[in-house]
Write a protein that binds this ligand. Structure first.
Ligand code: SF4
Length: 375
């Protein structure tokens, strides 16, 4: 039985990479490409099983993420998409995204994706200066980013996202400006600008802990974020989420679904699902996934669900609509959070706007403080 009459999202994780980047602690494996055929078989089986268990619900968005999905062969990608189409009722206007890393995206693969119905590509470009790409351990340089965009356009993609990263150790404000200018010259429809999260145990994390690398200081990082906002706005992009900017009509529907708690099913190693007020996740070990280790599940209490709605919803510029919150949770935001709303509103971090609760500009810099107040 479907948990929701509204269409859901689907995610397929492809945990293979050419090389492990120096900052990465995602579930991704380098040097395991020989396991790809076995992995695709396992994911195809999981898709069929979950389709049956969930009653073949309607689907509005699909996201092939990684890892590096562009390491799949054209026929492997088509098999995964066919399996999704067999197991779910995919809408004819569904948004279907595939991530691709510059240096791995080929024209035959991009053409095959387009033929198979993929209509959005997301490219992990990260930074224009070669010095920073090397420091991050990426396999590409900017000429390969340009080549990937050309391949995408020639293959018929009219909806491209480019991922960029700021707050990289030793990165200067002018290097960030150079990256933004280079990215805008690619004329993408969508840009994601993430600040680097330093993960313990990664090569970059180790170097920072040892004092051989230093992050830009907080004020510089804030300036970088402001610069992105200003430059992208001047170029006609609208910021619709803390890290995401889009030209009109090109917001990522899959991510909007996640931030508004639309149910989604994830397939593959480390993939998470949110279904029937329950979270489920597969092992992040590729070997455990291939050995069919069962997923882990935990229910979400009504109180957790209300907090999650606000935590995710406040990431979006439009905030959390009170009528939407009331429809989902059977009580208004004021009923759910009571006096806890007063302090962040009084401190100028939260505000009511057109029936929605949203972060102010200042509140966006202090999002964690607001969430602690609401906890
Ligand atoms: S390409 Fe992405 S997933 Fe793969 S190692 Fe680099 S950051 Fe990690």
């Amino acid at each position: 039985m479907s948990s929701n009459a509204l269409p859901i999202g689907l995610y397929v994780h492809v945990p293979f990479c050419v090389r492990k980047c120096a900052y990465c602690d995602f579930a991704s494996y380098a040097g395991r490409e020989t396991d790809l055929p076995r992995y695709v078989d396992a994911v195809v089986q999981e898709i069929a099983r979950r389709g049956r268990q969930t009653g073949h619900p309607a689907v509005d968005t699909i996201f092939l993420g990684g890892g590096t999905p562009s390491l799949l062969s054209a026929s492997q990608a088509a098999r995964l998409l066919d399996a999704l189409a067999d197991a779910f009722a995919i809408r004819s206007d569904a948004e279907i995204t595939c991530e691709g890393n510059p240096g791995t995206l080929t024209q035959p693969f991009a053409r095959a994706l387009r033929t198979a119905g993929v209509n959005r590509l997301s490219l992990g470009a990260q930074a224009a200066p070669s010095r920073l790409l090397q420091l991050l351990g990426r396999i590409h340089d900017w000429t390969e980013v340009i080549a990937s965009v050309e391949i995408s356009r020639q293959s018929g993609f009219e909806n491209l996202n480019v991922d960029l990263m700021f707050g990289v150790p030793s990165q200067s404000l002018s290097e960030w400006r150079e990256t933004l200018e280079a990215a805008m010259a690619l004329r993408p429809e969508h840009l994601s600008c993430y600040s680097l999260t330093v993960e313990e145990g990664t090569p970059i994390g180790n170097q920072i802990a040892a004092g051989t690398l230093a992050l830009p200081d907080e004020a510089v990082e804030r300036e970088m974020y402001e610069l992105a906002r200003q430059m992208l706005e001047q170029q006609g992009f609208q910021q619709y989420e803390i890290s995401n900017f889009a030209r009109e009509g090109f917001c990522c529907r899959h991510n909007l679904g996640c931030w508004t708690r639309v149910p989604y099913l994830g397939f593959g190693c480390a993939a998470h699902s949110f279904w029937g007020e329950c979270r489920t996740w597969n092992s992040s070990s590729l070997d455990a996934y291939l050995a069919q280790q069962p997923p882990t599940s935990e229910p979400i209490s009504p109180e957790e669900a209300r907090f999650e709605s606000v935590m995710l919803g406040l990431r979006m510029m439009r905030g959390v609509q009170d009528t939407d919150f009331t429809r989902r949770h059977g009580m208004s935001l004021r009923q759910a959070f009571g006096e806890k709303l007063d302090k962040p509103i009084h401190d100028g971090l939260l505000e009511w706007h057109a029936g929605s609760l949203r972060l102010t500009r200042h509140g966006m810099d202090l999002q964690n403080t607001v969430l602690v107040d609401l906890m």
